[in-house]
Ligand binder design. Structure first.
Ligand SMILES: [Zn+2]
Length: 394
């Protein structure tokens, strides 16, 4: 299922007419289009910072990474000097709402310029983000690569009622919503299971969607090769979501040890969105969320970076790194969540999330060392998306 999802996503990534495999093999032997000279680059897989290097790019792919001392100027048509900045893979935010908090087009541009070259849009009231995604793919709008859920799938008068789009009726109506979203071009499904943090903390076993409806949403999504990400913050909501077979959770949740173990064993990923949750949650309900994320991480639950962007201002996505680290997640693991882990969760690990030969050339540079100063991730000095420079080095 994830493989199929990846294939769909890649259809968006590859420029029209570019034969992915043949084009890449041919490109290997030619002169690089661009050489990026970097004082250092972070490999989030190992957590290691490499010294002075040159990253060679042909078309939209990374073809080679060489130590600066081995770099031959003649091997590239142009050189971009990134000075003393640290290079990272383009960041991935797996929970945004481009329709909320400003105009979608401007929001998308702000997110890309903040170093987030891929986002997952987890819900809108119309197909506005799906069409924006298509415009970006076609090159007629600026923005990150978007995987979009289309309309929220939630119970009438529930937490995802936004603009009157809650689903009224039984399991068949929920199934129909999933089908309508996919027909409109949705890449995945977002389903709304529980209330927000304060309610979920006060009433741990409560959730708002009927089990039959939730099961139908997951089954229909699976039939259509779409992954499902659930808004489930209460313990009971998480248990129901895991029973139904969702792929990921859209927010931090009040987990107990048994449930965290179930998430790990079933490979259900967790998108903490702590910066936005803690902006509206205080006291014990807030610290319990932080503790739960840290415990889940220690227990081996896969963390995937996400901000609920739109609640958090678009372009300030990197604030979530600080929130994760303050909750007890080590810095490189927070960066892993926004790179390798996110790529894997979305079925895009072959293409994105790492700086490596053959990967898509989504690369950013930041001012400082992100392992010792997570706020450096907010100081983006350069953005390249698919081999194209979006933010010139400064
Ligand atoms: Zn959200």
């Amino acid at each position: 299922m994830l493989t199929r999802c990846a294939a769909l996503a890649l259809a968006l990534i590859m420029p029209a007419g570019d034969a992915a495999v043949g084009g890449w093999q041919e490109a290997r032997s030619t002169t690089a289009d661009v050489a990026l000279r970097a004082a250092r680059w972070l490999d989030p897989v190992s957590g290691q910072i490499h010294g002075p290097s040159v990253i060679l790019v042909v078309g939209n792919r990374i073809t080679k990474i060489v130590p600066l001392t081995e770099f031959d100027q003649r091997s590239a048509k142009s050189l971009i000097d990134l000075g003393s900045a640290t290079v990272l893979p383009g960041l991935i935010d797996a929970h945004v709402h481009l329709q909320i908090g400003g105009r979608p087009g401007a929001n998308a541009a702000a997110v890309l310029r903040a170093g987030f070259t891929t986002v997952v849009d987890l819900g809108a009231t119309s197909d506005v983000v799906l069409r924006l995604r298509d415009a970006i793919t076609a090159g007629s709008a600026e923005g990150p690569r978007i995987l979009a859920a289309g309309r929220w799938v939630g119970t009438k008068n529930g937490v995802c009622e936004f603009g009157g789009i809650g689903v009224e009726g039984g399991a068949e109506r929920f199934r129909a919503r999933v089908r309508e979203n996919v027909a409109a071009g949705a890449d995945l499904t977002k389903v709304c299971v529980s209330g927000w943090a304060a309610e979920a903390f006060a009433h741990p076993e409560t959730y708002e969607i009927a089990d039959a409806a939730l099961t139908a949403v997951v089954a229909e999504s699976r039939r259509l090769d779409r992954i499902v990400i659930a808004h489930a913050i209460s313990l009971g909501g998480v248990k129901a979501a895991v029973r139904a077979g969702v792929n990921g959770l859209a927010h931090a949740a009040y987990l107990d040890g048994t449930t965290a173990t179930a998430l790990r064993d079933k490979g259900v990923f967790l998108i903490p969105t702590l910066a936005s949750l803690l902006s509206t949650t205080q006291g014990p309900a807030a610290s319990a969320l932080q503790d739960s994320v840290a415990a889940a991480h220690r227990g081996g639950v896969q963390l995937v970076f996400g901000t609920d962007g739109g609640v958090l201002p678009h372009g300030q996505n990197a604030r979530e790194f600080v929130a994760m680290i303050e909750a007890g997640v080590p810095a490189n693991d927070a960066i892993r969540a926004a790179t390798v882990n996110a790529a894997e969760a979305l079925g895009l690990a072959n293409e994105l999330g790492e700086i490596g030969t053959g990967k898509i050339a989504d690369l950013i540079a930041i001012d400082g060392n992100p392992l010792s100063d997570p706020r450096a991730l907010s100081r983006v000095t350069f953005v390249m998306q698919q081999g194209r420079v979006v933010v010139q080095p400064r």
